[in-house]
Design a protein around this ligand. Structure first.
Ligand code: MG
Length: 385
């Protein structure tokens, strides 16, 4: 410690997988915790509030536990979604945004607007609010550092490089549990099969999105906003081992990649301490025991990938619609109401009905999102008949 200036952390989504791994990384690198925030006043948030007695505790929807939290933690507890926005704007902090869903956008904008470093794991911030995020980054003078393994890999490959020298980004995709299956075979896959991801352990929505390749589509859109690269210059390659986290090809033909055993704590740590590297005691990389294979994604069997490119090229609110429609379709699939292969059809239908605009405010994004949810629910209901 002391080799680098470590700012206090604001951990949004503290009780989720990203949040818990952030606290682990913070412990290891010696970062202090300024605030922890979670959607519900769960027992795990309570335990964290006890474990971090100096931290501000934010609860978006406290429900019946409100009084208990107030009685126990006094004036260091804050309630409501606005509390996330306020702590994200704490000057001189690093904000790790591991919020799940559209609720992550406002705190992301607040962090960037306050000139903070934003370690971004909330996908909706860039997929739904990309143009707003770039505005906030430019006006607030903060830093936007990706936490997702693919984008962290590209980020690290670009350290010391000029963006003018980038020819192409190649995002790797594990291919999910249904890699190699035909559209026909996919017609009868079950919910349990979709939730059985080969390499990463994540929540049900993102695991289903990995199975449809929609998650990769979202990552293509995020890469476009993060690195200012056009969609024609972003490729996806299926790499089942998830060891190469992504590639950058430069104009002189040189290709860089970031490689290692999959472990979210590495990109998380880099987003917090980078460009300083801190010893971490991770699983060592063993090239002899590692086999790397690559194949082209099956765009016909997994049409969500191209739907992402399509929405990305339309731009503006189209990608917010892509995300909202997908969320409703995935919910319907996980509830057993539509088939796995119907997810892409629902998203395609909803996207086709939307007239995209460039969002000026969060309300513009929310309006597109809300409209898409209504349309998607209608399409799902029609499929059930
Ligand atoms: Mg990823």
């Amino acid at each position: 410690m002391g080799r680098y200036p470590l700012k206090p952390l604001v951990v949004l989504g503290a009780t989720g997988s990203i949040g818990m791994q952030t606290l682990e990384v913070a412990e290891r690198v010696g970062a202090s915790i300024h605030a922890i925030a979670a959607n519900r006043a769960s027992q795990s948030l309570h335990d964290l509030a006890v474990e971090y007695p100096e931290a501000i505790v934010c609860v978006a929807s406290p429900g019946e536990a409100r009084e208990r939290f107030e009685a126990e933690f006094g004036n260091r507890v804050r309630f409501g979604p606005e509390a996330f926005v306020v702590v994200a704007a704490t000057p001189g902090s690093v904000v790790v945004n591991g919020v799940v869903g559209a609720a992550g956008l406002r705190p992301s904008l607040a962090a960037l607007g306050a000139g903070n470093r934003l370690a971004l794991a909330n996908k909706e911030s860039l997929v739904s609010g990309g143009p707003l995020m770039l505005d906030a980054l430019a006006s607030g003078g903060g830093e936007l550092i990706p936490v997702d393994s693919e984008h962290s890999a590209i980020w690290q490959c670009l350290v010391g490089e000029s963006s003018d020298d980038v020819k192409r980004l190649i995002l790797t995709a594990s291919g999910g549990p249904f890699r190699g299956m035909s559209a026909e075979e996919l017609a009868s896959v079950t919910i349990a099969e979709a939730l059985d991801h080969p390499t990463w352990s994540m929540g049900p929505r993102i695991t289903t999105d990995s199975a449809t390749l929609m998650n990769k589509a979202f990552e293509v859109i995020e890469a476009h906003y993060l690195f200012g690269v056009e969609y024609d210059d972003i490729d996806v390659v299926v790499h089942p081992e998830s060891v190469v986290h992504s590639f950058v090809e430069f104009v002189d033909g040189v290709v860089k990649a970031e490689i290692g055993p999959p472990d979210m704590r590495k990109p998380l740590q880099y987003a917090i301490t980078g460009p300083t590297r801190v010893p971490a005691g991770h699983t060592p990389f063993d090239p002899i025991a590692t086999t790397l294979t690559f194949e082209a994604p099956d765009r016909a069997a997994f049409p969500c990938l191209d739907l992402g490119y399509e929405a990305g090229r339309i731009g503006g609110t189209a990608t917010a619609v892509l995300n909202a429609a997908d969320e409703i379709a995935v919910e319907a699939f996980l509830a057993g109401r539509i088939r796995f292969v119907d997810i892409a059809g629902v998203v395609d239908d909803v996207l086709g009905r939307h007239t995209a605009v460039r969002p000026r405010t969060v309300e513009d994004v929310e309006a597109a999102d809300a409209e898409a949810r209504v349309h998607a629910s209608e399409v799902c209901a029609a499929l059930m008949r």
